[in-house]
Write a protein that binds this ligand. Structure first.
Ligand code: ATP
Ligand code: F6P
Length: 487
């Protein structure tokens, strides 16, 4: 029975192989998760690998291969049943069903099963006839696919994958297409009445049909903005500010002498990383980011949405003063830093929501450098690197460090270039709970943590000219490596 007010959507991807369905599904997943929407991807290829064992070759996808067709149907049904159970277990959410779903019969089966379970279906088709791009996709992602583990001859991969595509082409029906003759199994199934989006040749054209609610329109808007043009995104916090030196929160202070040194060193570092590529620099409207970017000779734009988290009544205090003056709030923040909203100010969740237009614009743009603040950059990084809300407020974004995002097949990697210019450490580690071991007092401490936590100090060794690598592949931070670009 449908509970009033619940929205459960199945985004059902459609498209021939190597049309970017997994890529699109992963991006939608990342965007919605980041906004706080429950989201899960069901990839039928993974079910196939589990149920049918190792991949034997393109013949498995031949429409005349009845035994294989049966297995493929079983896998599609298993994934669909899991999708329905998952949506049944939550109040609101979006499930992404990643498969080719290339025939009307297959889509009718999915649609009927979802409808029976009060799930709104939204078909998202990626249609592409750009042969050069398709070949690039094959070479970029398919040679590393689990289907070709151990195959080192990439010509073989290309040949096999092209044959796989040709099997699908024999039966492919675009979304919204009316079959030439009446197919009895379809009954009155008619995609003209169903919600769908067709992204044609990476968005040269989009066809949008029967969008019915807010969440569907958000997804459509997102799909309209994403692109696959290679680009670079750089992030940096402002240089050390006078407030940072004093351990004060928020404010609108000037850069400290160390911060000025960083702003002077930044153009050379950016040049070494970006070469002659042109880009736009986005700053917040606060003095410390504007001053940090002042020596960068590129077009600049200020965004209020990039201003630091608003600490409300705590603005201008040290963490120690916050703890003394508002002990209960200090403790609440320690327990759930993502949800905690400063009195008269913001929570990290609030910051995520106000950054949504920035993320959308970042998706639309090409080369961009952002100079912003600790909390804001944590929120932006968590979008690209898929960091969960519990971890987000503890991401280490040191001062005097530049981060560069690079795109991988389905996600992002980040590299950090740390300049050897002194700065205080403003990072507060997650408080250790219960019986967790606290480091002994002889170990290295950082000034701000020392103010607040006494002897409960945790390691934050970042001032060693490190290059850190983050990756969506592992959702984790690997140990620091020496940075060849460090000065
Ligand atoms: P398969 O059916 O084999 O799983 P797929 O359709 O899921 O294939 P992906 O594995 O997602 O294809 O292909 C990833 C590649 O597709 C990336 O190189 C990405 O740049 C590219 N890509 C992303 N979006 C599109 C699009 N709209 N059209 C064509 N290619 C795209
Ligand atoms: O300390 C510098 C700063 O940018 C403050 O202005 C801001 O309140 C804080 O970092 C955000 O970090 P956290 O959420 O860890 O307190």
């Amino acid at each position: 029975m449908k509970v009033i007010g619940t929205t459960k959507i199945a985004v059902v991807l459609v498209g021939l192989p190597a049309r970017g369905k997994t890529y699109i599904g992963r991006k939608v997943y990342r965007y919605l998760q980041w906004l706080g929407v429950s989201c899960k991807v069901f990839n039928v290829g993974e079910y196939r690998r589990k149920e049918a064992g190792a991949y034997s070759g393109h013949e498995f996808f031949d429409v005349k291969n009845e035994a294989a067709e049966k297995i493929r149907m079983q896998c599609a049904v298993s994934a669909l049943e899991d999708l329905v159970s998952w949506l049944d277990s939550i109040h609101n959410g979006v499930a992404i069903y990643d498969a080719t779903n290339s025939t009307l019969i297959r889509r009718k089966m999915i649609y009927d099963h979802c409808e029976e379970n009060d799930i709104h279906v939204m078909f998202v088709e990626s249609w592409c006839d750009d042969e050069e791009l398709i070949l690039k996709n094959i070479l970029e992602v398919k040679k590393t696919s689990p289907d070709y583990v151990g195959v080192t001859n990439y010509d073989e991969v290309e040949k096999d994958f092209k044959l796989r595509i040709s099997h699908y082409k024999e039966v492919y029906q675009a979304v919204g297409e009316c079959p030439g003759e009446k197919i009895p199994e379809l009954g009155d199934y008619n995609e003209a009445n169903i919600t769908y989006v067709r992204k044609i040749n990476v968005g040269v054209q989009m066809v949008i049909n029967q969008i019915k609610d807010y969440m569907q329109s958000r997804i459509v808007y997102f799909l309209m903005n994403i692109h696959i043009i290679p680009r670079s995104i750089l992030f940096s916090r402002h240089g050390e500010s006078m407030y940072n030196q004093l351990g004060l929160l928020g404010g609108d202070s000037e850069l400290s002498p160390n911060g000025v040194k960083y702003s002077e060193a930044l153009p050379a570092l950016v040049k070494r990383i970006m070469g002659d590529q042109d880009f736009t620099v986005w700053t917040s409207t606060l003095k410390r980011t504007i001053q940090t970017a002042s020596k960068l000779d590129y077009k600049k734009v200020q965004f209020k949405a990039l201003d630091e988290i608003n600490a409300g009544l705590c603005d201008g205090m040290t963490y120690k003063q916050v703890k003394q003056k508002f002990p209960e709030e200090y403790s609440m923040r320690s327990q759930n830093k993502f949800e905690f909203r400063y009195r008269g100010g913001e929570s990290y969740r609030d910051v995520v929501l106000r950054l949504e237009p920035i993320i959308m614009e970042l998706e639309r743009q090409q080369n961009i450098m952002i100079v912003s603040h600790q909390a804001v950059l944590r929120c932006i990084y968590s979008y690209f690197l898929e960091v969960c809300p519990e971890e987000l407020p503890y991401i280490k974004i040191p001062l005097h460090t530049l981060m560069k995002l690079t795109w991988t097949a389905y996600g992002c990697e980040a590299q950090m270039y740390s300049l050897d210019i002194d700065a205080v450490d403003t990072h507060i580690s997650r408080p250790k709970m219960g019986s967790e071991k606290v480091k002994s007092s002889g170990e290295k401490k950082t000034s701000l943590e020392a103010q607040v936590l006494g002897e409960e100090i945790f390691d934050t060794d970042f001032k060693e000219s490190n290059i850190l690598e983050y990756s969506t592949a592992e959702n984790s931070v690997s140990p620091p490596k020496k940075d060849e670009l460090s000065t």
